[in-house]
Design a protein around this ligand. Structure first.
Ligand code: SF4
Ligand code: SF4
Length: 307
């Protein structure tokens, strides 16, 4: 019997990225949903963390016309404010974006129905078919808006598409049981097995994640992905420990190493917040993580650098 699908279910989506090669098999379209309970120091999608739409301001494009000051009904912009913008007051209505003649303002995140996302995803259906690709749900953390994620994944399965999800594993039991039966491949973020380091770098303990990981690996084929950050988790000992952890979970055969990069650093500026990673920590090249790849392979896992 066909599973009922609520095509009118609504979620807040902040991007749809087509022709992606690194987020599951084949060529994929990634649906990025808002909201994340973690706040990783190195996060390259800081605009994903709030569940509500997020205002971004590019001071370099601003021509100082003050249309936004006149337009915003919520007192977000003020020339008396030395920072010009009080981001905390923004409701995400988008009026200022429409009024800005310079394209200096953007809102990341808009409400979409499952039906409207599927309509967009259908544009790439030939690509999915010819590349053995599909769709990948990312964020943010897709378990935050889990009701929407569930309906969207069900709708993708009803189209016959391969589904993948990028997850931190942080969510309620109810969310896990609801979402993962409709996932073909899980790309499971694992930062560290050291809980003190986990808390310090992500803002949350890893306990709930470890509990969920057991269940998620029972429900769907899972690949572990390690954002590899200098000074936090890039030693061979760190990776020995991650391999022991991966070996304790059901069916893990593959570990991906994601070398640290700073491609998202400028977004923090646009959001009026500081990028908390120390400037002296430099991005990693693929060759920097080759010793870690050896550790992973020595422990019997297939290892891909870059995912
Ligand atoms: S999105 Fe709306 S509330 Fe936010 S700054 Fe623009 S006009 Fe004001
Ligand atoms: S409307 Fe745009 S260009 Fe004009 S002051 Fe505001 S941000 Fe700057």
């Amino acid at each position: 019997m066909a599973v009922p699908i609520d095509y009118k279910a609504e979620g807040i989506v902040f991007d749809l990225q087509r022709f992606s090669l690194n987020d599951g098999p084949g060529i994929r379209t990634i649906v990025f949903v808002k909201g994340c309970p973690l706040s990783c120091l190195w996060c390259s999608n800081p605009e994903s963390q709030q569940r509500k739409p997020t205002l971004m301001y590019d001071a370099e494009s601003c021509i100082g016309c003050k249309s936004c000051v006149r337009t915003c009904q919520h007192g977000v912009f003020s020339v008396e404010n030395p920072n010009f913008i009080d981001y905390g007051k923004c409701t995400g209505c988008g009026d200022c974006v429409a009024a800005c003649p310079a394209g200096a303002l953007t809102i990341k995140g808009k409400t979409m129905t499952v039906e409207s996302v599927i309509r967009e995803l259908k544009k790439d259906v030939i690509t999915y078919r010819e590349s053995n690709g599909g769709i990948t749900l990312s964020g943010g953390e897709p378990l935050v808006q889990w009701e929407f994620s569930t309906e969207l994944l069900k709708a993708c399965k009803a189209q016959g598409w391969h589904t993948a999800i990028e997850t931190t594993g942080y969510g309620s039991e109810e969310a896990v049981e609801s979402v993962f039966p409709y996932v073909d491949q899980v790309l499971f973020d694992c930062k560290t097995t050291n809980d003190k380091v986990h808390k310090a770098c992500t803002g949350v303990s890893g306990e709930k994640i470890r509990r969920n990981a057991k269940r998620i690996t029972e429900l769907a084929h899972t690949i572990i992905r390690v954002p590899t950050i200098p000074g936090i988790n890039n030693t061979e000992e760190d990776f020995e420990s991650i391999c022991r952890y991966a070996g304790s979970l059901k069916g893990i055969k593959e570990i991906h190493i994601l070398p640290y990069h700073i491609l998202g650093a400028n977004k923090y500026k646009l959001m009026g917040v500081d990028y908390r990673m120390p400037a002296e920590i430099e991005p990693l090249e693929n060759e920097d993580v080759l010793p870690l790849q050896k550790v992973v392979e020595k422990n019997g896992f297939r290892c891909v650098i870059g995912g």
